[in-house]
Design a protein around this ligand. Structure first.
Ligand SMILES: [Zn+2]
Length: 216
């Protein structure tokens, strides 16, 4: 690849974003996460990033994650101003507003990769498993039920920590499929190779992401 992100001090530019393949954009997420794991964050120049931000935004990836305080998305990928679109909702569930946001990110703002990021010990997944019903939480948790039902079928009825983490991974799979099934725009961009849809689970105990769905 001709673009060097590794020594970029400022913000991602339109030229850099346009030259980037979806696979390379995913690689940038992996590299950023490696820096997080090794506690070697990259020095970026704040003034240069803000100057870039004043010109527009050209993020290389969009991440849908949970609201959980233990899974801070920009930190986990050593991302800076202008690097990522980030949507956070309990249980990293897809809903119409999230879909619209991701459609905007990819179709109109040039983003090359979508990552659905679940995390271990997810309270929303645990609550969905337990069938919690309360206020607006009820309808949110319903979106996690397909993963709960599949995990019950494969792992049994007992909600052990291991089983619940399997359900987290199943929920990531469900949400990746929901992007394709509920958005003609995203499905079309993926089919023509403009974007990749990927998934992963962040382990809140060891700070590591296991990518469950990587680009082909
Ligand atoms: Zn969570």
């Amino acid at each position: 690849m001709s673009t060097s992100f590794s020594n970029l001090a400022g913000a991602v530019t339109r030229d850099i974003q346009q030259e980037l393949s979806p696979q390379e954009a995913f690689g940038w997420l992996e590299e950023g996460h490696a820096r997080f794991k090794s506690q070697t964050p990259r020095n970026r120049d704040k003034a240069a990033m803000l100057e870039g931000a004043s010109q527009g935004q050209f993020p290389y990836a969009a991440v849908l994650g949970c609201i959980d305080s233990r899974a801070p998305i920009e930190q986990v990928f050593d991302a800076a101003i202008g690097d990522l679109f980030v949507a956070r909702v309990a249980g990293n569930v897809v809903n119409p507003d999230v879909l619209g946001s991701l459609e905007y990110a990819c179709k109109y703002a040039g983003t090359k990769v979508i990552l659905i990021l679940g995390h271990t010990s997810c309270g929303a997944v645990g609550a969905a498993w337990a069938g919690v019903e309360d206020g607006n939480i009820t309808s949110l948790l319903k979106k996690i039920q397909p993963a709960v039902e599949k995990t019950r079928a494969s792992h049994g009825e007992e909600g052990t920590p291991e089983t619940l983490n399997a359900c987290v991974a199943a929920n990531v799979t469900e949400m990746c499929e929901a992007l394709r099934g509920q958005s003609d725009i995203l499905a079309g961009l993926e089919a023509d190779g403009s974007i990749v849809i990927t998934g992963g689970v962040y382990n809140v105990a060891n700070g590591e992401v296991e990518f469950t769905h990587k680009p082909a």
